[in-house]
Design a protein around this ligand. Structure first.
Ligand code: Z5A
Length: 211
């Protein structure tokens, strides 16, 4: 049976990395075979594209070039890793996917959705995640958490308005498609965030058993 495709999204510093560890443990406890991956990145070539995308540089990066690099890496990632893994019955747990493009390039960079939708169809066909967890906190709280870590990358240097547009875009996706997107209140203490995630995963498993 084909595996399930789960993606984790959210604004800066929302706790994706921290909670992916929790989800990995949850899947292991359920004896579900899975791979954990990320975007941009996920294969050697796509990881090289990630370096290009995140590096701080003197030259301004054109939004269209940024968008096309996101989808170039994604095409490689899907063909080399995501599709073969799903086809072999493994679940794929992915830190960000195309929803991040709608949120960051579409809303953050104000490119709109039309071109992204065209590229999505070209690169993915009908393939979409089965479940998307959106970890949500205020932009200020996220930036404060993220600021306690390493040197900021090119995206992390954006202003609050940019991240507010990104956050609102994610919340709009959840509002439009509540079946696939589950919003997690990530402002709470970690144990409470993980309880919400575990509840969503349990519910998803129940739905799979009934289907
Ligand atoms: N991007 C894009 O523009 N378009 C696209 O299509 C795609 C991506 C796919 C890299 O992504 C950039 O690429 C990203 C969007 C863009 N740029 N930004 N911004 P990334 O996912 O690699 O990078 P990121 O968003 O900056 O994620 P991150 O740095 O890995 O943060 P995080 O994983 O969400 O947070 P964390 O490291 O797990 O947690 C942050 C801190 O908070 C850490 O100290 C934790 O211990 C702490 N934490 C976490 N949860 C809690 C709770 N509940 N309470 C208290 N403290 C907590």
């Amino acid at each position: 049976m084909r595996g399930k495709f789960i993606t984790i999204e959210g604004t800066e510093g929302v706790g994706k990395t921290t909670n992916i560890e929790f989800i990995k443990q949850w899947l292991t406890n359920q004896s579900i075979p899975f791979v954990n991956t990320r975007e941009p990145g996920g294969t050697p070539l796509a990881e090289e594209i990630r370096q290009l995308l995140l590096a701080n540089r003197d030259e301004a990066v054109c939004s269209t070039a940024e968008l096309l690099m996101m989808f170039a890496g994604r095409a490689q990632h899907i063909e080399q890793l995501i599709e073969p893994q799903l086809a072999s019955g493994h679940w794929v747990l992915c830190d960000r996917f195309t929803d991040a493009t709608y949120a960051y390039q579409g809303a953050g960079r104000q490119m709109g959705n039309q071109l992204i939708s065209t590229l999505e169809t070209m690169v993915q066909g009908e393939m979409r995640p089965d479940l998307t967890l959106i970890l949500d906190i205020s932009v200020e709280q996220g930036l404060e958490r993220a600021g306690k870590r390493s040197e900021p990358d090119r995206f992390e240097l954006e202003q609050t308005d940019f991240f507010n547009r990104v956050r609102q875009a994610y919340l709009a996706m959840a509002n439009n498609q509540p079946q696939r997107y589950k919003v997690i209140d990530a402002s709470l203490p970690l144990a409470e965030v993980q309880q919400q995630i575990s509840d969503v995963l349990e519910q998803f498993m129940q739905q799979q058993k009934k289907a």
